[in-house]
Write a protein that binds this ligand. Structure first.
Ligand code: VGL
Ligand code: ZN
Length: 191
């Protein structure tokens, strides 16, 4: 069991329309984790703990797009509806929004890459992060690895993540366990 303390924060990764089943880079079942993410948000907010929501935030000419030679369909273009937070996602007031992948020439799968996330967490005295969102194999995994590298304790919220593919998601979870992350569900948290 894990008890929440004043040094904990929630990080919601890339819960945006384009990653939902009818978006441009769909993560199957991504909409089905919205209720549990909303519950995590409520829990952290009700305890006065900080919340962070990362957002894939690409310019039209981003390197990750197939039309620009990258591996992904065009997705999460800055200010487009696809880049908006997913319908039904209830981010509490004061949620810090972290844009990433906003430089045309750089892919950024981690919420720490080229952002102020680490400094905001440090300012708030955060030592442990609880991570949910999509996609498990890409931005969730890399955000967790980034946090581990920076010395944070990382809890992956297994009922709050979704992968592009079941096998690669399992592989990613294994990698995260090996790297020192702890995988928990909502029933493991003492509210
Ligand atoms: C992501 C592929 C491309 C993610 C972002 O959020 O996992 N995946 N851009
Ligand atoms: Zn992207």
């Amino acid at each position: 069991m894990v008890s929440l303390t004043g040094r904990d924060a929630l990080i919601v990764v890339d819960m945006q329309n384009d990653f939902m089943p009818n978006g441009r880079l769909p993560v199957p079942g991504a909409d089905r984790i919205i209720p549990s993410i909303n519950r995590y948000c409520n829990l952290f907010y009700s305890k006065g703990l900080p919340l962070f929501a990362t957002r894939d935030w690409h310019p039209e000419n981003h390197v990750s797009f197939d039309v620009n030679g990258g591996r992904w369909p065009v997705h999460c273009v800055q200010w487009s509806r696809g880049a908006d937070f997913a319908d039904g996602l209830e981010l509490p007031p004061d949620t810090f929004i972290i844009n990433k992948g906003d430089r045309p020439e750089l892919e950024a799968y981690s919420g720490f890459q080229g952002t102020v996330l680490d400094s905001l967490l440090k300012e708030r005295g955060v030592r442990r992060v609880f991570v949910c969102g999509v996609a498990t194999e890409f931005c969730v995994k890399n955000t967790c690895l980034g946090a581990l590298n920076l010395g944070y304790t990382v809890f992956v919220l297994k009922d709050g993540v979704k992968g592009l593919n079941r096998n690669s998601e399992e592989e990613a979870i294994k990698n995260l366990l090996q790297a020192g992350a702890v995988v928990i569900g909502s029933s493991d948290i003492v509210p």
